[in-house]
Design a protein around this ligand. Structure first.
Ligand code: GDP
Ligand code: MN
Length: 346
């Protein structure tokens, strides 16, 4: 490895010893963030949360991706904030736009039709969802890694993370880890279940016979129950996404057109994929990782754990009840569905 990383002491950037000299053993893993230049401040806030609660002891790398060129200021400030190596990539144009088979005037009609729903009228949001569904793991910067941890601007990690989640993934043979699970807005995933059923019929060989399909449907013919893992937080194995089975699923959905004729999100897409293609034992709920992405928060349910991890999980802004600091067991959470599907909580 041999490159150096930068840390700040009393606000002054210091060059540290060579990376790899740290006593703590790292996994083959990286953080990954898709962001715009304008999101720099919110991103620095997220990085500081991750560093202070976890990465200061590990110095994992961090890959930053953008459909535009990152500015010098962005690169400089982000590089100083990350204790591992920061890497910056530009997404190829053909991975951020319309594939040739999409009818763009029909896509424009769909945006008009869905304009009253959050991001319903946004073209760039759809490019983002398609990219996060089918292309993040194909970036050359990701080739060397096995695991990734996705982080977005403006998220918080309100508890210490004392156990390396990447190590948990490897030791427990997990392929997909999450913190929050909830119900999707029905309109934005119209057609997704039909396309998924077609996929199941066309490629039965890819469907795992010990899968977690119960998480997404009580019965295949009843349709999608709208449960999805919130993909703004993900810790997962890249080899799953690089598999023939996942690629076939993505291609099938892409050709069905719902990223543009509807507003299919990468969260339900990843969720349906992991629920069908994986063994349900390969999923992992990181129930003790404190995580906040507005407007939901996961926070350890047990008071002793919250104390031990120095949690600072404020009540969720706008919450109806006084102690709504943990979304997991609220009515709109899909954790109960998850427990039914898996037969245990993690
Ligand atoms: P939400 O979490 O569904 O409300 O969507 P966000 O606005 O947080 O977007 C999801 C992720 O994609 C975040 O990491 C954003 O920084 C990123 N993102 C969204 N739109 C764009 C875009 O047009 N360009 C780039 N480079 N990143 C984007
Ligand atoms: Mn977000």
């Amino acid at each position: 490895q041999g490159f150096s990383s930068s840390v700040k002491i009393a606000g002054i950037p210091m060059r540290t010893k060579k990376k790899g000299s740290n006593a703590i053993k790292r996994e083959n893993a990286t953080f990954i963030t898709l962001a715009r230049n304008e999101e720099l401040e919110g991103l620095l806030s997220s990085i500081n949360e991750v560093e202070s609660r976890f990465n200061k002891d590990y110095h994992y790398d961090w890959v930053f991706l953008n459909d535009m060129e990152f500015t010098m200021e962005f690169r400089k400030r982000v590089s100083l904030a990350v204790s591992g190596k920061a890497k910056f990539g530009r997404i190829p144009e053909e991975q951020w736009g319309y594939p040739s088979f999409i009818d763009q005037s029909r896509a424009a009609d769909a945006r008009q039709y869905l304009k009253s729903i959050i991001y319903g009228d946004s073209e760039s949001y759809r490019f983002m969802c398609r990219f996060e569904s089918g292309f993040f793991y194909k970036q050359p910067l990701m080739d060397e890694y096995k695991y990734y941890w996705r982080v977005e601007p403006d998220v918080k990690f309100p508890c210490d993370i004392v156990e390396d989640p990447f190590k948990v993934m490897r030791e427990k043979k997990r392929l997909y880890g999450f913190t929050l699970a909830l119900y999707e807005i029905p309109y934005v995933v119209e057609g997704l279940w039909d396309a998924t059923k077609e996929f199941i019929e066309k490629y039965p060989q890819y469907i795992n016979n010990h899968n977690a399909m119960r998480f997404v449907t009580a019965n295949k013919d009843d349709g999608y129950n709208l449960c999805h893992f919130w993909s703004n937080f993900e810790i997962a194995d890249l080899d799953f996404f690089r598999s023939e089975a996942y690629e076939a699923y993505f291609q099938h959905l892409d050709e069905a057109g719902g990223f543009f004729y509807n507003r299919w999100g990468d969260a339900p897409v990843h969720t349906l994929a992991v629920s069908l293609l994986m063994d349900r034992e390969q999923l992992h709920w990181f129930k003790n990782i404190g995580y906040y992405h507005p407007p939901f928060q996961n926070c350890p349910a047990e008071p002793e754990v919250r104390r031990e991890l120095n949690c600072d999980c404020p009540n969720i802004p706008g919450a109806v009840s006084d102690d709504w600091f943990n979304f997991a067991y609220e009515a709109n959470s899909c954790i109960s569905q998850y427990m039914i599907a898996i037969g245990k909580d993690s």
